[in-house]
Write a protein that binds this ligand. Structure first.
Ligand code: HEC
Length: 146
C-alpha cells in the first residue's frame, strides 16, 4: 500500500514538473505579437464598427476623410436637423492618444460618461463597449502618430 502511494506521488510529481515549463511558455503578457493583435482588434472596431473617423477625421475639399489627418479632430461634420443647444461643434483629436487619462477613456467607452461626469455632448455616441474592446481601441489610438 505504502509503495503504491509512493509510486502515485512520484508520478504526480513527474507530471507537474513536466508540465510547468510548458505552462510558462504560453504566458502571453507583454509579448509583441499579443499587443499587435490588440492593436488590430482596435483598428477593426474604430474603422469598421464604431466608425470613429466619421466625426474625428477632418474631410478634404471633396468631402473625403483626410488620410493625412487621420483621427486628428476638427470642426464637426454633422449638424442636427432640430434645435440642440448642447450639440458639439468641434471633435477632439484622438489619434496618437485621446485627451485625459487612460482610465478616463476606458470609462467613457464602457459607461458613456465623459471626463465631465456626464455623457459627452451629441453627436458623440455614449458607447457601452466591453472593457476588452475599449482597451483594444485605446491600444490602436496610441499606436497612431502623435
Ligand atoms: C457621430 C460622431 C462621433 C463618433 C462616431 C465618435 N465621436 Fe467621439 N466625439 C464626438 C464629438 C462631437 C465629441 C465632443 C463631445 C463634447 O464636446 O462633449 C467627441 C468627443 C470624444 C472624446 C473626448 C471625450 C472627453 O472626455 O473629452 C473622445 C475620447 C472620443 N470622442 C472618442 C471617440 C471614439 C474612440 C470613437 C469611436 C469608438 C468616437 N469618439 C466616435 C463625435 C463622435
Amino acid at each position: 500500500m505504502t509503495k503504491l502511494i509512493r509510486i502515485f506521488l512520484l508520478s504526480f510529481l513527474g507530471l507537474t514538473v513536466g508540465w510547468l515549463p510548458a505552462a510558462a511558455q504560453v504566458k502571453p503578457s507583454g509579448n509583441t505579437a499579443g499587443n499587435q493583435t490588440l492593436v488590430e482588434r482596435g483598428r477593426y472596431i474604430v474603422e469598421n464598427v464604431a466608425m470613429c473617423e466619421l466625426c474625428h477625421t477632418p474631410r478634404d475639399e471633396h468631402g473625403n476623410p483626410d488620410k493625412g489627418r487621420w483621427l486628428q479632430g476638427g470642426p464637426a461634420q454633422l449638424r442636427p436637423s432640430y434645435p440642440s443647444p448642447y450639440w458639439a461643434l468641434v471633435e477632439p483629436k484622438i489619434g496618437g492618444g485621446p485627451p485625459g487619462t487612460d482610465a478616463d477613456f476606458i470609462k467613457l467607452l464602457t459607461t458613456g460618461i465623459s471626463r465631465t461626469g456626464s455623457p459627452p455632448n451629441p453627436p458623440m455616441p455614449p458607447f457601452r463597449m466591453t472593457r476588452a474592446d475599449a482597451e483594444a481601441v485605446l491600444a490602436y489610438l496610441k499606436s497612431l502618430p502623435h
